[in-house]
Design a protein around this ligand. Structure first.
Ligand code: P6P
Length: 338
């Protein structure tokens, strides 16, 4: 009797992918399983945050100079712990930790991957029930297997990512990850506690009607950015408009929406943050990898995000990311205004 089982769990899907790579060791499947486990634990706390004493500030500042929320700490510990207890990761770097952490046990030192993550992005939205998320990147280590990882392992350009993904803890909880073979989304089924394939082979529409930017920064943007935004505010149907502005202050949700529906997300440099606000290693690179695999584009306004050589772990970058046609219009607009 043929077993016609259409629904794949995350584990089943990643193991199926192994069949396409006879020499694969299954380490990446293991690492993604560990991330999925931590995400399930964080999801429980995020969804009851209003009830448990896990809301509010933890009474400390992180390396970014930001107020740390109790859920930030919880999420950071869950992802660090799940990857450390697994055997598929040699070390991690987190937006919440000052420096990278090497896993020095023998099994972890034998792993060929490292992971960087923002454990809970948008956490300032938690107390008001706006969706928040986790963002992660996976790289092959540069140092030899068996050795303890070193700083350069964590300062690779985004083009060297093996995989990247995010989790949105929202109306439902979805884990989206990309390898060079494609982008796939898995929605958490609470009845079985498994992430199940719900968005196979995600492609970013080449054109969209959505632009996402914090208009409160408008007069702190460069003039060419202001002109580009005005175009979206004025365009008629004949010029590809009318456009709609959508921005909820949680990039995981903003970019997830634009990835599925088409659109452009911008966090440009401002006069008070000339390097931009978003972190290159923890936010810009993972999303740039995901969106490019899905057919979109991502730049810092001048250069492809994935080609930037990181100089420091917590380096910031301006970010323009989304539908290829809209990004190319931006590039053309930039060149005309130069
Ligand atoms: P602003 C959240 O803190 C975050 O890092 C992103 O998730 C979000 O897109 C951005 O900052 C919001 O920043 O300055 O518009 O509040």
């Amino acid at each position: 009797m043929a077993i016609s089982r259409k629904v794949y769990t995350l584990d089943e899907f990643t193991i199926q992918q192994l069949r396409n790579f006879p020499h694969a060791t299954g380490e990446l499947s293991g690492l993604l399983r560990d991330i999925g486990l931590a995400a399930k634990r964080v999801n429980v706390e995020v969804n009851k945050a209003g009830l448990a004493d896990i809301l509010g500030e933890a009474g400390m500042m992180n390396v970014q100079g930001e107020e740390v929320k109790k859920l930030d700490l919880f999420a950071n510990n869950q992802f660090t712990g799940a990857l450390q207890h697994g055997i598929s990761c040699a070390g991690i770097a987190s937006e919440e930790w000052d420096d990278f952490i090497a896993f020095e046990d023998e099994a972890s030192r034998q792993s060929k991957y490292i992971c960087l993550f923002d454990p809970l992005d948008g956490s300032s939205n938690i107390d008001v029930n706006v969706s928040v998320g986790t963002i992660f990147s996976v790289y092959r280590r540069l140092t030899a297997k068996g050795a303890v990882v070193e700083p350069d392992d964590f300062l690779q350009p985004g083009i060297r990512q093996v995989a990247a993904g995010y989790i949105v803890y929202g109306s439902s909880t979805i884990l989206v990850y990309a390898t060079r073979r494609g982008v796939n989304g898995f929605t958490l089924d609470p009845s079985i506690g498994e992430f199940c394939l719900s968005h196979p082979d995600i492609k970013c529409p080449a054109q969209g009607k959505i632009y996402s930017v914090n208009h409160g920064n408008f007069y702190r943007f460069e003039e060419r950015v202001q002109n580009f935004i005005k175009k979206y505010q004025c365009n008629t149907a004949q010029e590809g408009g009318p456009y709609t502005q959508r921005y909820i202050g949680s990039m995981v949700s903003d970019i997830h929406r634009n990835l599925l529906k088409g659109g452009i997300f911008m966090y440009p440099a401002t006069t008070d943050m000339p390097q931009g606000k978003l972190r290159l290693q923890y936010e810009c690179n993972p999303f740039a990898f995901i969106v490019e695999v899905a057919g979109g584009l991502a730049t810092n306004g001048y250069k492809r995000i994935l080609d930037i050589a990181p100089a420091s772990l917590h380096q910031r970058s301006p970010l323009f990311i989304g539908s290829s046609n809209m990004m190319e219009e931006w590039e053309i607009g930039r060149q005309i205004q130069q």
